[in-house]
Design a protein around this ligand. Structure first.
Ligand SMILES: [Zn+2]
Length: 414
């Protein structure tokens, strides 16, 4: 007899200890990036896959940043779903501020603590167990399921997902599901892009008491900082279905990403991440260096933004511009079948529906969207992400596992 969704949920309930232990030990297997060494955390995943007899490949273009790929064909032909999660996590800056130890994986008061719990070992665990449960019933499913656990996400994936997408087209699939932190109230169908710029300003320089003798590089940098803020007024033309989804999700966007976030999702934003000028209090600086982080919403191109930057810089002949990094904004259909599947499963499990949104930050799912493969993110709240006391509630962890298992099941049942 065919296995039902109730049976899948029963398996998850029976395995609660096993799931929680896997997650906690995954957190204990440190994988901060930098340096991005994921050998211990990868070994943790592989020992589970080996014990459960799931054949898998290790693809490691960089020896300390292995990627794991596993795949099975179902009993009947159909579509190919790809599960994706990353293994590396943010580094820890201030270990002494953590209540339970940054790498403890401690389960206390219904929460799992540690670096990488929310971003994103909870979601990657959900992908691994989705693969595990569905492999048991592959004969009744259609199509193909692929698991990709990747390294090097925190530095945009040249050795991780980007490498796989460029060299292993077998991981592209027809749809991608990922458990990056989104908050249970939103699911992500897109994300903003970014351009990082370095601007250097050079002047003659002088004695601080002789401001008539030279322009000040630090004052020019300060004035330029103000002018660059004008980029936030650039017109944006996003497709109607994208804007409609964002308007409908204002409340949920702010639950997930904080008060004020709904206004900036569809806008260009500017962060002056680095300013460096001057060497002494009584000298007029001859050099200033800035690093500028411009975020691009869906509906504006790099060319439009760079033309505006050039217009601003035309008033600063002392300035030189260099591009450090660029990722285009990405989005896929907010009305796709997978969105419906995720919404329906969450409604049945929790009584509310997550809204489809575009996120402020970037994930590896953009790489699937760049290849025209629709990619969706549904994961826990980003509590403590990139800061201290990062954690995920145990019940939210199980909820994410259930949602991924049921949604992959639905997609591969049609
Ligand atoms: Zn992440």
């Amino acid at each position: 007899m065919a296995v039902t969704k109730d049976q899948l949920l029963a398996w998850i309930d029976q395995d609660k200890d096993k799931l929680l232990t896997f997650f906690s030990k995954f957190v204990q297997a440190k994988s901060p990036n930098p340096p991005g060494d994921t050998i211990a955390a990868t070994a943790h995943i592989r020992s589970f896959l080996d014990a459960e007899k799931h054949a898998h490949r290790v693809i490691a273009p960089n020896a300390i940043m292995p990627n794991i790929v596993a795949s099975f064909d179902c009993g009947k032909p159909g579509r190919h779903l790809v599960l994706n999660g990353h293994i590396d996590v943010f580094a820890v800056a201030d270990e002494e501020r953590w209540k339970h130890g940054a790498w403890s994986g401690a389960v206390v008061d219904g929460k799992v603590y540690g670096r990488g719990t929310s971003d994103m070992k909870c979601g990657t665990t959900a992908s691994i167990f989705t693969y595990h449960y569905l492999s048991r019933i592959k004969d009744q499913l259609k199509g193909k399921l692929t698991l990709t656990c990747v390294s090097d996400e925190e530095t945009f994936g040249p050795w991780g997902a980007r490498y796989l997408m460029e060299h292993h087209p077998e991981v592209h699939g027809d749809c991608c599901l990922n458990g990056e932190p989104s908050s249970p109230h939103t699911l992500r169908f897109g994300e903003k892009g970014l351009i990082w710029l370095e601007i250097t300003i050079e002047t003659r320089g002088s004695h601080g008491a002789y401001p008539h003798a030279s322009e000040s590089a630090s004052k020019l940098a300060a004035k330029l900082t103000g002018d660059l803020e004008k980029l936030t007024d650039l017109p944006v033309r996003a497709p109607d279905n994208v804007m409609g989804a964002l308007r409908a999700a204002r409340t949920e966007i702010e639950i997930a990403q904080g008060v004020g976030s709904a206004d900036i999702v569809p806008k260009v934003t500017v962060n002056i991440g680095v300013v460096d000028a001057g060497i002494k209090v009584n000298m007029t600086p001859s050099k200033a260096r800035m690093e500028v982080d411009v975020r691009l919403p869906v509906g504006i191109t790099k060319e439009e933004v760079m033309a505006a930057v050039q217009r601003i810089l035309s008033g600063y002949p002392q300035a030189k511009l260099r591009e450090i990094n660029y990722n285009a904004p990405s989005w896929c259909d907010p009305d796709h079948e997978m969105v419906d599947i995720l919404r329906t499963n969450v409604r049945n499990l929790k009584g509310f529906e997550p809204k489809p949104v575009i996120s402020l930050g970037a994930t590896d799912t953009r790489l699937w969207r760049y290849h025209n493969v629709p990619a969706y993110v549904y994961g826990p709240a980003p509590t403590g992400m990139g800061s201290y006391d990062e954690h995920v509630e145990v019940e939210v962890f199980f909820h994410i596992v259930r949602t991924h298992v049921l949604s992959a099941f639905d997609y591969l049942s049609k």
